[in-house]
Design a binder for this molecule. Structure first.
Ligand code: CAA
Length: 282
């Protein structure tokens, strides 16, 4: 299958990163938000992130300019052209909001287009039932999208082999490394990452060590680029908590219970970098 026109729904951290990589690879990229203020912010972020790549000589200034021209800022789902070949949804983690988007798109987007979701933990199978389930798939990028090589490609219960193969080839085309995953809570990335972060929060809560020292152990002892508490601040503590809840409910297993300190910090709106404070101050 040939992909020419792509629509990315949501211009937040993940959505703008996804639009960034598609536009650089010469896809006509519709970036969709609910209003023009959010769109302007998303395009500004993409420009700044591309500037980092220009400075590092990863891309040229000309590549940046032509990529930005290929991004079509779009307000509202109703303004996505019906003939896009692929939709990638990257809004906040809310099952009902995602279901609403896919059921609306099902009515207007051409039937042979593929629908993908960048959800970090919501069941692909559950999201697929309101639309073309055989042409529905999880395409889970990692943050920061322009830098991270991995894309988890998650097959829902009804995802066809041709859909899987098309998306796998597309990920390779973006110079990413695709990994095939089946639809179980947290997929692979978050099933393993989030319990590690949650355990680091338990260690902090129990006074095993200071935040800096917990992070230092994992950085210097295990060669992780960021310690788990720094990474939690980077991802957002609300996102970490939401994923732990999905694991806890999805497996019905107490080993996934979210740490009370993580819950308390989310209640206090100390969500990490995006609010200026989490385990560290920014
Ligand atoms: N766009 C473009 N380039 C970017 C960028 C962005 N948004 N962010 C960083 N970069 C580039 C920098 O320009 C720099 O380029 P060079 O290597 O050419 O110098 C490079 O990436 C490294 O950045 P920095 O020098 O600023 O800082 P760093 O060396 O500390 O790396 C990092 C930053 C890449 C984020 C690194 O700390 C890292 O890999 N951290 C772990 C990230 C991680 O685990 N992500 C997964 C999160 S989980 C997730 O996404 C899934 C989920 O569902 C929750």
């Amino acid at each position: 299958m040939e992909f020419l026109k792509i629509a990315v729904i949501g211009g937040g951290t993940m959505g703008n990163g996804i639009a960034h990589v598609f536009s650089l690879k010469e896809f006509e990229t519709y970036l969709v938000e609910i209003n023009s203020e959010l769109l302007d912010k998303a395009i500004k972020n993409i420009g700044e992130n591309m500037n980092r790549q220009v400075k590092k000589e990863v891309i040229s200034a000309e590549q940046k300019e032509s990529a930005l021209k290929r991004i079509k800022p779009t307000v509202g789902l109703e303004n996505i052209p019906a003939d896009v070949d692929l939709v990638i949804e990257a809004i906040y983690e809310n099952r009902d909001a995602k279901l609403k988007i896919f059921s609306e798109l099902e009515k207007r987007i051409k039937p042979d287009a593929i629908f993908a979701t960048n959800t970090s933990s919501i069941s692909i199978t559950e999201l697929s039932v309101v639309c073309r389930a055989d042409r529905f798939i999880g395409m889970h990028f990692m943050n920061p999208v322009p830098v991270m090589k991995l894309v988890e490609i998650i097959r829902g219960y009804s995802t066809s082999d041709s859909t899987f193969n098309a998306i796998k080839d597309l990920a390779l085309n973006l110079d990413k490394v695709p990994v095939e995953v089946y639809d179980y809570p947290g997929f692979i990335s978050n099933r393993i990452l989030m319990p590690m972060i949650n355990e680091a929060v338990f260690a902090l809560m129990e006074g095993v060590a200071k935040a800096e020292d917990i992070d230092q152990v994992m950085k210097l002892g295990m060669n992780h680029p960021m310690g788990p508490l720094t990474l939690a601040d980077f991802i957002g503590l609300d996102v970490c908590l939401a994923i732990m809840e999905v694991l806890y409910q999805g497996f019905n297993d107490p080993k996934y219970r979210p740490c009370p300190l993580l819950k308390k910090m989310v209640a206090a709106k100390k969500l990490g970098r995006k609010t200026g404070e989490g385990f560290y101050k920014y």
